[in-house]
Write a protein that binds this ligand. Structure first.
Ligand code: ROI
Length: 159
């Protein structure tokens, strides 16, 4: 079994509900269960600014699925949330990013792990640090160091 980390994001159709439901669904992925979920965080959109603020979270799951099978399962969940792949960096009902898969570095046509945006995104680093404060991101640095380098981006924990 491998511990994988999933980034969740939503800024359409009741984002808080989208994220809470997706956390339940992650627990239903085959050969997998949810081991930890972060608080929910609000952040301004990265990319085009003509879209609502986002709600973000990070989950840890323990899984027996191979990385691409896990990716398929995540995309299936996105589809059930009415995710339409429209314009690049546009608003979305649910985005599930495979951030980390154990300590593996993966470069596949469909999948890059660690997620290529991870180190640039406070809305990923903050919740990841919350649930895994001692994590080392393969090929990069400690989560604490990565997170400390991104305090310029405002990410607000939702009560
Ligand atoms: N911006 C924020 N704040 N949160 C996201 O989850 C998010 N997701 C995206 C883009 C459009 C890059 N911007 C985001 O895919």
């Amino acid at each position: 079994m491998i511990d994988a980390y999933i980034g969740l994001g939503s800024n359409l159709d009741q984002p808080v509900q989208q994220i809470l439901q997706a956390l339940d669904e992650l627990d239903c992925v085959p050969e997998s269960w949810l081991v930890r979920a972060s608080s929910l965080y609000a952040s301004a959109p990265m990319g085009p600014q003509d879209q609502p603020d986002y709600v973000n979270a990070v989950a840890a799951i323990r899984t027996g699925l191979a990385p691409l099978d896990l990716l398929d399962a995540l995309q299936e969940i996105e589809k059930c949330h009415g995710r339409i792949r429209d314009r690049r960096w546009g608003p979305r009902t649910l985005d599930l990013d495979l951030l980390l898969y154990g300590d593996q570095i993966i470069q596949d046509r469909r999948l890059t792990v660690p997620h290529p945006g991870l180190a640039q995104r406070a809305f990923v680093l903050k919740p990841l640090e919350e649930i895994a404060p001692r994590l080392r991101v393969p090929g990069l640095d400690d989560i604490a160091a990565l997170s400390a380098a991104r305090t310029d981006q405002q990410v607000r924990r939702i009560e």
